[in-house]
Design a binder for this molecule. Structure first.
Ligand SMILES: Cc1cc2nc3c(=O)[nH]c(=O)nc-3n(C[C@H](O)[C@H](O)[C@H](O)COP(=O)(O)O)c2cc1C
Length: 416
């Protein structure tokens, strides 16, 4: 990919002569506003909400705002190389798509639209354990383009092993184990709407398509502690369950059991470092731990032989009042000392943010909410445009800051 920044600008401005504007706004604030206009209150709460009063989400952004880029001049930046090799895969830029669950709440094409956009742009997609579409169907859409699998470790190791085996067969080249969601955070926007998508059969397609998970559906589980009132909404929820069941080849009764089984087995509060040995036994793929925020945990990850980490606080969705993810980076970078790749997410909204995270020492970054908003606004086209815009702005920022390759992005490019 050469000159992605100037090429994108040129494309937009030439189309503009004929009166065409980009399908999605090029700046994050307007993109977010448009997504909010389109989405239902429940979908908006799910995507935009954070834990508690949202202090961690704000801290994520403050950590970016506090740091400022200090450009160098007279540097011949006519050729810029954003490429890198990550876990043996050659990438044209250090941007990947974060695993985002329940994408059907953003757009009916959900993960399929994201897979198509990932393929069109060559950006790796990290398939979520909470996807709306089974990984096998996404893998077909992805063609030859790179993909990893994100794992939530549920209470059945057999299901975990089955997920990993399927991911390998789907061509995933790394397993991203998310550690920060052993339970759902206290997400007040969802709580106030009484809205948990999984209870409607949304976002559990990896489970309902899994032979090992399905074999558990015959086992009886204790009845739920609370029964909802029977209202028109309850009937709509049952119809939705039936629709999801039909898509998975399950009867309504089986689908209700699937939801119950999912709720009983998600996730795994007992998860501890000693569990890593099991995962190491079931896969030879690189294992990347997502959710690391402390230098001592990064050191433990190294000691346990994991292959990489994602410095992330899940976009502020898990703990309220936590450290901004970018502020967690410097001690982790120092502790790891270049011994494994460090990826970053939580708060990336633009190409300039990618620059800041890379300058602080990340090897690559994950884009989260921005592409989900692009999906909400314009489906596959929306995701594609968001990806291209972020990479375009990153490329321009690299050049305008006086840099020509990722190696030039160092902490002295920043103040604050
Ligand atoms: C709606 C939503 C769903 C998410 N689902 C998952 C998931 O299934 N697995 C996971 O590891 N992380 C999940 N995440 C976290 C993202 O992978 C990423 O860490 C986060 O979006 C980064 O924050 P940002 O989008 O504010 O930059 C989700 C985030 C959002 C907003």
């Amino acid at each position: 990919m050469t000159d992605p920044g100037r090429n994108r600008e040129t494309e937009i401005f030439l189309k503009g002569i004929g009166g065409d504007c980009p399908a999605v706004p090029t700046g994050f604030d307007e993109l977010e506003r448009r997504a909010k206009q389109i989405l239902s209150p429940r979908a908006w709460a799910y995507i935009a909400g954070g834990a508690g009063v949202g202090a961690t989400m704000r801290a994520n952004r403050e950590a970016f705002d506090r740091r400022r880029i200090v450009p160098q001049m007279f540097r011949d930046v006519s050729h810029r190389d954003l490429s890198l090799s990550l876990f043996g895969t050659q990438l044209h830029s250090p941007v990947l798509l974060a695993p985002v669950g329940v994408l059907e709440m953003m757009h009916a094409d959900a993960d399929l639209a994201v897979a198509r956009a990932a393929r069109a742009t060559g950006v790796p997609m990290i398939l979520s354990s909470q996807a709306s579409i089974p990984m096998e169907r996404c893998a077909r859409e992805l063609g030859d383009s790179p993909r990893w699998y994100q794992l939530y470790w549920n209470t059945s190791n057999d299901v975990v092993a089955s997920f990993v085996e399927r991911a390998e067969r789907c061509g995933c080249t790394a397993i991203v184990l998310t550690l920060d969601t052993t339970m759902f955070g206290w997400r007040t926007r969802d709580l106030d709407l009484g809205s948990l998508p999984f209870l409607f059969g949304r976002g559990i397609a990896q489970y309902t398509s899994d032979p090992v998970f399905r074999s558990l559906l015959q086992e009886t589980l204790p009845a739920p502690a609370v029964r909802p009132r029977i209202t028109l909404k309850t009937i709509a929820a049952i119809l939705e369950l039936r629709r999801h069941g039909a898509a998975a080849g399950l009867s309504l009764r089986e689908m209700r059991r699937a939801v119950q089984r999912f709720s009983a087995t998600f996730s795994r509060p007992s998860l501890a470092w000693s569990d890593l040995a099991f995962l190491r036994d079931v896969t030879k793929l690189p294992i990347i731990l997502k959710g690391i925020q402390r230098a001592d945990d990064a050191r433990r990850a190294l000691d346990h032989g994991v292959n990489g980490i994602v410095v992330s606080n899940h976009g502020g969705r898990q703990i309220d009042g936590a450290v901004g993810s970018l502020d967690a980076m410097p001690p982790i970078i120092a502790a790891v000392g270049g011994k494994m790749p460090i990826l970053f997410d939580s708060g990336i909204r633009s190409g300039a943010d990618v620059f800041k995270a890379m300058a602080l020492g990340a090897n690559a970054v994950l884009l989260g909410r921005p592409y989900a908003y692009g999906l909400a606004v314009a489906g596959e086209t929306g995701v594609r445009e968001v990806i291209r815009n972020v990479i375009a702005e990153f490329d321009l920022t690299v050049g305008l800051a006086g840099c020509t390759s990722l190696l030039d992005l160092t902490p002295d490019c920043l103040v604050g």
